[in-house]
Design a protein. Structure first.
Length: 149
């Protein structure tokens, strides 16, 4: 039986937001001569950097659902475009990790910055308890989506 009730309106709204964000990301990719997977890769790399985690090509490929050949092609493409660089790992110099170049971060901020700023401003309208509820809901949906793999 399909769920019903006022909660479903929020689920449909989340779906609509997801579609709009995907379209927004697609416009960024198109304007910058990138494939949508390139954008997803840059996001994964920036998320890893924010978490102070090193991202190897293997880990990046797993995060994106790519095989080894596809991951190599992706990293090569991003490196040729000047968006990423391969460097030695900080904790294990034998490992090669992928880092986002600052120019790619600046390019992303120039496009996504206004949207991020709007979202932050909206969140400032909620108190900490409400933000905790929003955070919990989004984390729960993310976990549920990841478990569906």
């Amino acid at each position: 039986m399909q769920p019903q009730g006022p909660e479903l309106e929020i689920v449909h709204l989340l779906r609509a937001v997801t579609v709009e964000l995907g379209l927004h990301s697609g416009r960024f990719a198109q304007r910058n001569g990138m494939h949508p997977t390139d954008v997803r890769a840059l996001i994964a790399l920036m998320d890893a950097s924010r978490a102070d985690e090193e991202m190897t090509a293997g880990r990046l490929g797993a995060a994106l659902g790519l095989n080894s050949a596809g991951t190599t092609a992706l990293v090569d493409r991003l490196e040729r475009a000047g968006h990423v660089r391969r460097v030695r790992g900080g904790t294990d110099r034998r490992r090669v990790v992928i880092e986002v170049d600052e120019k790619a971060v600046e390019l992303g901020w120039s496009f996504f910055g206004p949207l991020i700023g709007s979202a932050v401003e909206l969140l400032r309208g909620y108190d900490e308890r409400e933000r905790a509820a929003i955070r919990g809901f989004l984390q729960g949906v993310r976990t549920a989506a990841a478990e569906g793999e």
